[in-house]
Design a protein around this ligand. Structure first.
Ligand SMILES: Cc1ncc(COP(=O)(O)O)c(C=O)c1O
Length: 368
């Protein structure tokens, strides 16, 4: 037996959303909808599809390691210098590169309970401690004041997803800035804005990119996986101080963002109409789900993302299984210390209606 990296002992594998094909195969179903991974129900931008077709004949060539065209287009779109950007095979990879660059045994990362789980997994892998801070029980919101209080001399990263996945809570920008002001200069503030596009117009939200000049220890993460509808291509990015970016670049695999991902993301970036349609579908779908869930025996946590956390007041496993049998894939939340919750991604009007019908049937057949 080859001895393992000892840090693996406490690492739980990430439980991804169940794929549609697998559920069809296993349960012999023809119609299966997946509302489990916060994907864009409208699909990718037609421009991205076209751009991918046009570059298919170049797949024998390695991608450009520095993502030159995408970097410059994004630099212009965001109004930040190109050297402030780093690209990843999804923003998840950037979170891993950050752990490899700044965390090691004896250091710690601070994040919220029920926070997006990948930073915890990356920290575990490199032998760093994760200090998990309880949420505010009243509204399940991340307790940024307690997070600031927990910072000690060994803290090298503070992680805040805003809005958070899976709770969907949005911390008011003044409180985020309050936390940021407490993060010492030898500690990174990781502001994960994966769902930025869905909450950009909210009064409580301020784009954290506006703060990067002031705080050189801040890294803002965003992705093409959600509003841009390109989860399958794997392309995310982070914006930070060039000195921080340079250090993370040392760890980045040279061809981590594929040729297709660069081309697709570039095309999607130019299709604001598609993004706007997705945001509108999400807004309408959120209202549809909130209204449809209101008469059921569930509690819904208000969400600023493209998903809803639903407390079904009974173990989520059997509810998840019963929904699967009705051809609806959601995400059971036991792994996020939310054993009576499922998370449902906002779908099209038709998908949302199917989910609501399936949940109503499920809850009425199995009273707790
Ligand atoms: C808060 C948050 N951050 C990061 C990610 C990772 O996204 P990706 O690796 O697809 O860019 C996700 C995906 O669900 C997320 O919810």
């Amino acid at each position: 037996m080859i001895p393992l990296n000892p840090h693996l002992a406490s690492l739980q594998p990430y439980p991804p959303g169940k794929p549609i094909e697998e559920v069809k195969r296993e349960l012999g179903l023809d119609r299966v909808i997946k509302l489990a991974s916060n994907e864009n129900p409208l699909g990718p931008s037609p421009r991205a599809i076209e751009a991918l077709r046009a570059t298919a004949s170049e797949l024998h060539l390695y991608p450009e390691g520095h993502a030159h065209e995408l970097r410059h287009a994004l630099s212009e779109a965001l109004g930040v210098a190109p050297e402030r950007l780093i690209f990843g095979n999804g923003s998840d990879e950037i979170l891993m590169l950050v752990a490899l660059t700044f965390l090691r045994p004896g250091t710690n990362l601070i994040m919220s309970r029920h926070g997006f789980i990948r930073p915890l997994q990356h920290a575990t892998l490199v032998g760093a401690e994760t200090k998990v801070i309880d949420v505010i029980p009243r509204n399940c919101e991340q307790d940024v004041e307690a997070m600031a209080f927990a910072i000690d001399g060994s803290t090298r990263a503070v992680y805040l997803a805003n809005p958070n996945n899976p709770t969907g809570d949005l911390v008011h920008h003044e409180r985020v800035r309050g936390l940021l002001a407490h993060v010492p200069s030898d500690c990174l503030f990781l502001c994960d804005a994966a769902y930025h596009e869905y909450c950009a117009d909210r009064e409580e939200y301020q784009d954290p990119l506006e703060w990067i000049d002031e705080f050189p220890n801040m890294l803002v993460l965003r992705t093409f996986s959600k509003a841009y509808g390109l989860a399958g291509l794997r392309c995310g990015y982070a914006v930070g101080h060039p000195d921080v970016i340079r250090e993370i670049e040392r760890v980045r695999p040279p061809f981590n963002v594929t040729r297709s991902a660069q081309v697709g993301a570039l095309a999607a970036l130019g299709d604001q109409g598609h993004i706007d349609r997705g945001i509108e579908v999400n807004r309408a779908g959120m209202v549809q789900l909130e209204r449809g869930l209101a008469p059921l025996d569930v509690t819904v946590i208000p969400s600023a993302g493209n998903f809803l956390l639903v407390d079904v007041h009974r173990p989520c496993g059997p509810v998840f299984e019963a929904l699967l049998r009705r051809g609806v894939i959601v995400r059971p939340m036991a792994g996020y210390s939310l054993p009576s919750c499922v998370r449902v991604s906002i779908g099209t009007e038709e998908q949302n209606a199917i989910f609501l019908g399936a949940l109503e049937e499920t809850l009425s057949e199995a009273k707790p």
